[in-house]
Ligand binder design. Structure first.
Ligand code: UGA
Length: 441
């Protein structure tokens, strides 16, 4: 089928590449000429495992093209996916200007039936606005063209996006007519060979499903983070508690890891946006507000431990940081805990040497030429002469380091682990002073 994807961010690019891989002819549109040039030259502007292979394969097969030409992209796809950014505006609600601009382009230029699909995370009610924008543009042209609007939220995790797209748990599709439902059934058929994973519903329920999923996951994390703080006070171990409750199938093991707070482009933004949507309806989402407050607090858990250990004034002290990205397998630092930690350490007079396998360039972009931050080439190099180590991201290569080397490289063998990577008893045996999250046993 002929498909257009508007927006070549990680959602758009993964969607376009994976749909092309199933034999569709996909055109990806972006306003960013540099990005399109990079893609056309075979480069991938984001770090996403496996994506380069899928993109290259489909570009070579002539099924995947990139363009900045709006008219050509509208003319191309019967299905028009909108996967542009919806950054939060000042009050926390999602900014829809790019989504609606994409919809208007379709209404302004379409000459035959189009199915317009919201893939961006958009507030409940956005499909109505997309519909109105297209209607308005068609009206200006005096055209009575048939079109459908659908909502097809994505549940991709950064770092596992290709895998998530290729083998989804479920595919949520919100529609208001059968023609749209049938087209979406057809393009998603190859992704659900073993069982029917398509959940077809109305537009508003699909839009709310996306926020409900992320808000529920964020709630689990904040709940565990609060319990971890309590566990520390009570002499209990949150890791054992996690296993104890996760074994209940009604609870399950996923997303129960206490840590130094959740980040990324989705949870913080979606939690805020849902709170805002509810308050516009005169409803207070008390649980979700607490989830957000608890997470803001959790991002300071490591520096609070550092201050308790080294005192309020950290001048003259240098700290090593492992991990800058908001989670492993990505260079994304949006809302990353590392940013809160670094800001606080610098504000207290300390300096920082950071190591991250892929996010160093992104950190340099964010912190500019801040002289108090240096970047190491490897994890051990970051430790040399540092006061203590802070672990922010659970990259695989941090899971089993040479503890003897770690101990001698640091000025003092002190580790603040924001991701509970090691067993406290083992750290004791190595003679390392170990501060984990919720593990005081
Ligand atoms: C999240 C959802 O997991 C995806 O299903 C969704 O599609 C995506 O948002 C989105 O809306 O686009 P993502 O933000 O890529 O995906 O990352 P996650 O793997 O969910 O991790 C989010 C944050 O939670 C990370 O900072 C991670 O360290 C933290 N986390 C996760 C914990 O602190 N504890 C856990 O047990 C799990």
């Amino acid at each position: 089928m002929k498909i257009t994807v508007v927006g070549t961010g990680y959602v758009g690019l993964v969607t376009g590449a994976c749909l092309a891989d199933m034999g569709n002819h996909v055109v990806c549109l972006d306003v960013d000429e540099r990005k399109i040039r990079v893609l056309n030259e075979g480069g991938i502007p984001i770090h996403e495992p496996g994506l380069d292979v899928v993109v290259k394969r489909n570009v070579a097969a002539g099924r995947l093209q990139f363009t900045t030409d709006v008219a050509a992209s509208v003319a191309h796809g019967t299905l028009q996916f909108i996967a542009v950014g919806t950054p939060p505006d000042e009050d926390g609600s999602a900014d829809l200007q790019y989504v609606l601009a994409a919809a208007r382009n379709i209404g302004r230029l379409a000459t035959d039936y189009k199915l317009v699909i919201d893939k961006s995370t958009v507030p409940v009610g956005t499909a109505d606005k997309v519909q109105a924008a297209i209607d308005d543009e068609l009206g200006k042209r005096g055209l009575d063209l048939a079109f459908s609007v659908a909502s097809n939220p994505e549940f991709l995790k950064e770092g596992a996006a290709v895998e998530d797209f290729m083998r989804p748990d479920r595919i949520v599709v919100g529609v208001s007519d059968e023609r749209a439902a049938n087209l979406l059934r057809a393009i998603y058929a190859p992704f659900q060979r073993t069982r029917d994973k398509l959940v077809v519903m109305d537009l508003r329920s699909a839009e709310l499903t996306k926020y409900a999923a992320n808000a529920m996951l964020a709630t689990r994390i904040s709940f565990m983070n609060e319990l971890a703080l309590l566990a520390e006070k009570m002499g209990a171990d949150i890791e054992l508690v996690r296993q104890g409750i996760g074994s209940d199938p009604r609870i399950g093991y996923h997303f129960l890891y206490a840590g130094c707070g959740y980040g990324g482009s989705c949870f913080p933004k979606d939690v805020k946006a849902l709170i805002r949507t509810a308050s516009d309806q005169g409803q207070d989402l008390k649980v979700l507000q607490a989830v957000e407050d608890a997470n803001d607090h959790q991002k300071t858990v490591l520096t609070r431990k550092v201050l308790a250990r080294f005192g309020q004034d950290l001048s003259g002290r240098r700290f090593a940081l492992w991990g800058l990205a908001f989670k492993p397998n990505t260079d994304d630092m949006r809302e990353a805990t590392s940013r809160v930690v670094i800001d606080e350490l610098l504000a207290r007079g300390a300096t920082v040497t950071a190591y991250d396998p892929v996010a160093t360039e992104e950190a340099k972009r964010i912190f500019g030429d801040e002289p108090r931050i240096t970047y190491a080439q490897g994890p051990m190099e970051a430790l040399e002469g540092a006061e203590a180590l802070l672990i922010i991201t659970e990259w695989k290569e941090f899971r089993s380091p040479d503890f003897d080397r770690l101990k001698t490289a640091l000025k003092q063998p002190v580790v603040f682990d924001g991701r509970n990577l090691y067993e406290p008893a083992l750290m004791r045996d190595f003679g390392i002073e170990y501060h984990a999250i919720g593990r005081s046993v």
